[in-house]
Design a protein around this ligand. Structure first.
Ligand code: FES
Length: 217
């Protein structure tokens, strides 16, 4: 299993980075998605393309339990069906107007999105807290080389120098970029969080250097 997909699940973002009533862009192997959380707190993932004229839905806005497109205001339910077309307020939108959606799960402070119907739940990393996410201009091989360790089948890398306190959950992006979710062991205090964050930034720099030099392809 390649760590860019973690089976059919992809770790797209940390829960803390998606407050209620917001939408952000994210990526799964199928392409770009709009990841959003309704005002009642339920996460959802939609293809990042409005069925009307193709505007990115991640530029849109959340009202209540719906995601609205910024261009002409068509709004979509979490199931993907169109709820409202502002230019035709009396019209019930046809069922055929819908945006593709993907299964979403949250575990341990990580938001996972699946392609198709997943046969199992996403991985759980017991004993870790999700700290932050970083984007690296480096592929997974360069991250592994910088960490001195291979990713597990679940996409988790434990850097050789971390003494078991930090793990990086990898999500491959476009153009040899990798999203790194930093997981920290236990309920660590502020000093440990700062140290872990700096260690992750240092590892990212090292991986980017290796990528630039073409050492890890
Ligand atoms: S492009 Fe989205 S509502 Fe028109």
């Amino acid at each position: 299993m390649h760590p860019d997909t973690t089976g059919s699940w992809t770790p797209v973002a940390l829960s803390a980075d998606l407050p209620a009533g917001t939408v952000i862009p994210a990526r799964i192997p199928a392409g770009s998605i709009a990841l959003w959380r309704s005002e009642s707190g339920r996460p959802a993932a939609s293809a990042n393309r409005c069925p009307h004229r193709g505007m990115s839905l991640s530029h849109g806005f959340v009202r209540g339990e719906a995601l609205s497109c910024i261009y002409h205001g068509w709004s979509y339910a979490q199931a993907g069906n169109c709820l409202r077309i502002p230019a035709h307020p009396g019209l019930t939108p046809p069922q055929a107007i819908r945006v593709k959606t993907y299964p979403v799960e949250e575990t341990g402070g990580v938001i996972w999105v699946a392609m198709g119907e997943p046969s199992a739940n996403p991985p759980k990393f017991e004993g870790f807290v999700a700290l932050r996410s970083l984007m690296a201009e480096a592929g997974i091989a360069a991250i592994e080389a910088a960490a001195g360790a291979k990713a597990s089948p679940a996409g988790l890398v434990e850097p050789a120098e971390s003494t078991g306190t930090i793990c990086l959950l990898l999500s491959a992006q476009e153009d040899r970029q990798t999203l790194l979710h930093v997981l920290l062991k236990g309920e660590a205090g502020t000093a440990a969080r700062i140290a872990a964050s700096r260690a992750a930034e240092s590892l990212r720099r090292k991986a980017e250097d290796l990528q630039k030099k073409g050492i890890a392809q």
